[in-house]
Design a binder for this molecule. Sequence first.
Ligand SMILES: NC(=O)c1ccc[n+]([C@@H]2O[C@H](COP(=O)([O-])OP(=O)(O)OC[C@H]3O[C@@H](n4cnc5c(N)ncnc54)[C@H](OP(=O)(O)O)[C@@H]3O)[C@@H](O)[C@H]2O)c1
Length: 335
Amino acid sequence: MKAILWTKYGPPNVLQLGDVEKPTPKENEVLIRIIASTVTAGDCETRSLDFPIFLSLPMRLWLGFRKPKENTIPGTELAGEIETMGKDVRGFKVGDQVFGVAGMAFGTNAEYICLPETPEDMQGGIAIKPTNMSYEEAATVPFGGRDALHFLRLAEIQGGEKILINGAGGSIGVFAVQLAKYFGAEVTAVDSGEKLKILREIGADYVIDYTKEDFTKSNQVYDIIFDIIGKISFSKSNKVLKKNGTYLLANPLSQMIRGLWVKMTSKRKVIMQTASGTVKDLIFLRKLIEAGELKTVIDRSYPLEEIVEAHKYVETGRKKGNLVIAVGDNNKPKV
Ligand SMILES: NC(=O)c1ccc[n+]([C@@H]2O[C@H](COP(=O)([O-])OP(=O)(O)OC[C@H]3O[C@@H](n4cnc5c(N)ncnc54)[C@H](OP(=O)(O)O)[C@@H]3O)[C@@H](O)[C@H]2O)c1
């Protein structure tokens, strides 16, 4: 099968199209013919191991110390069709259209992958894809949708609360804006350029262009600040977060020390952690999508063969929402 091979840690061109053996499912696994996958900011950071040492070290132990192990395939989310399965699989049948994540096992930038059937309340997993989404659309939901849901649930977001979402125009943000609206909050979305129009269209009540306006100098006070991009200064944003408000940090590495300080010295709640998601979360998102409450935002789509270009584009930071990798014949690339 065709797959992207990740041979070194480094810039986008360490990724190459190659041929590897098509996998065979174990007794509890399904073999999925992947029709669409994605490239996220997290995929680019992982490719180059652009992390502080305390995080890059465990990643090296997991993936390979000096370079990724042989035949390591990048990619964390997918949509596709079940081609065959192991004898113990109960919840799926051949031909089912599914979406989901491979998570830290990676491997979705390829024509096929084997994934286990997992109980609904366990991390990771796959579920039947929303009927009203194409494969390309569905492939973008598992990572950003579940991460956004994870953090908003931790904040126990309530109807009527005011939330500010920083870095709202990316993979996590476009779902966070819509989910926060679904939970009844008033949403202020911070990003830049063309993304502001999209953010209004998907429901943001207010948008702020961070290149033109510093929200920490406004008169607004928020119940929740969700800093997806990890670039807010706590000392400044403290002024616009309620005294008992909540900081959500999806990218806590840069702000861990300050986050702990705020936690220790004020009544503000600081939540910084790695997001996790379950099959139940995928089903929850699917129901919202099918009810017309949630949609995705896709900037562009690249064929598998153009993975290097796709990574380069994501690294520009200009991506609007999500970037899709079209695999196989069922997708017509439309850059
Ligand atoms: N904690 C976890 O479990 C977890 C899980 C997944 C991802 N992450 C991390 O979360 C981060 C974001 O992920 P993502 O996939 O949503 O990224 P993304 O798709 O690149 O979106 C980030 C958005 O932030 C905007 N931005 C950049 N600088 C900004 C600033 N100073 N103020 C406001 N907005 C700004 C970017 O737009 P412009 O550059 O065009 O302005 C972009 O639209 C990544 O670093 C990723 O590793 C954490």
